[in-house]
Design a protein around this ligand. Structure first.
Ligand code: PEP
Ligand code: MN
Length: 337
């Protein structure tokens, strides 16, 4: 990191700053300017508090060089992480397609969705059993019954399952069925939940919070990694902006950026990202070109009757058509589907 001092710093302040830095284990290289000192401090600053250094008398600015997310950073692991789920590998040269309804509503609905998406070539079945709804009066999910239906659909189709864990007390139950645990946007900074899934040895898909910066998102991944679970998949699902024409603003630049900052696989959810069925296919294709390792898509056998998110769900013919189009797009991005 680089420390720039205030103008005409006193010898006493300089000595105090240098002592603090050397006590913290840094090697110092100081450039003496006409008015200020520029101190290059070589060492790992990730465990120290930059703001505490900035408040030392005589310090004007502290400029970090290393990222604060040590384990998630691509610096320490230039090759991309591949997360294995049964025969599926996320983060390799295959574009991974996760699809299914927003919520498991009943056995028939999920079986229809599961067999339909499997026939179209999807790799992983999604479906919420515990739903984070804005209203406490809205459908909250079938919960344990939903998990049992998901397990049945896995047995029937062979597709691994991704489903959301909403609360810490349900973690054990959800983890017993899920092949991938989904941490929803609203829980991205539920640090207790992040630490708890970090203690498992099971893949976790971490959605970006709707108001989270890329750095905050990666720091949340760091919570999971720091507990020893390296199988983390990031998911961009749209952020809140001034724009109200779409449900969220799908931040595809964050996808291209995250791929440079971290070795973790990044997938995109254009369903929540746009909130509009007509926008799902174009944004899915754009996500692949932006470098996404996969997509997570809401697909319902009859969107007009869905208990949640019907307006952003594809029906099975629309999903099948998108899968067809994605073949050429994936190839353009150097991936296969
Ligand atoms: C979902 O995947 O159905 C969901 C609730 O997503 P998010 O957490 O991104 O809103
Ligand atoms: Mn949904």
């Amino acid at each position: 990191m680089i420390i720039v001092t205030r103008k005409n710093i006193t010898n006493e302040d300089r000595a105090r700053i240098e002592k603090r830095l050397t006590d913290l284990g840094f090697k110092l290289h100081t450039i003496v300017g006409v008015e200020r000192l520029v101190i290059g401090a070589v060492g790992d600053k990730r465990l120290i508090d930059i703001h505490a250094l900035e408040s030392l008398p005589g310090v004007e600015q502290v400029v970090p060089i290393l990222q604060p997310y040590k384990l998630a950073s691509r610096d320490g692991k230039p090759e991309g992480t591949r997360v294995k789920v049964g025969k599926v590998e996320i983060g390799g040269d295959q574009l991974t397609i996760m699809a299914g309804p927003c919520a498991v509503e009943n056995r028939e609905q999920l079986m229809q969705a599961a067999t339909g998406i499997a026939a179209a070539g999807a790799h992983i079945l999604r479906g919420g059993a515990y739903k984070p709804r804005t209203s406490p009066y809205a459908f909250q999910g079938l919960q344990e019954e939903g998990l049992a239906i998901l397990a049945e659909a896995r047995a029937a189709t062979g597709l691994p399952i991704i489903t959301e864990v909403l609360n810490l007390p349900e973690l054990e139950t959800v983890a017993a069925t899920a092949d991938i645990l989904q941490i929803g946007a609203r829980n991205m900074q539920n640090f207790g939940l992040l630490r708890a899934v970090g203690q498992l040895r099971q893949p976790v898909l971490l959605k970006r919070g709707m108001s989270a910066t890329v750095e905050e998102w990666l720091m949340s991944a760091e919570y999971i990694l720091s507990e020893g679970n390296g199988q983390v998949i990031l998911c961009e699902r749209g952020i809140r902006t001034f724009e109200t024409a779409t449900r969220n603003t799908l931040d595809l630049s964050a996808v291209a950026l995250a791929k440079t900052l971290t070795h973790l696989p990044v997938v995109v959810d254009p369903s929540h990202g746009t909130g509009k069925r007509a926008l799902v296919a174009p944004m899915a294709k754009a996500a692949v070109i932006a470098g996404a390792d996969g997509l997570i898509l809401e697909v319902h056998p009859c969107p007009s009757e869905a208990l949640s998110d019907g307006e952003q769900s594809l029906d099975l013919p629309e999903f099948t058509a998108l899968m067809h189009d994605l073949k050429a797009v994936a190839e353009l991005a150097g991936k296969r589907i």
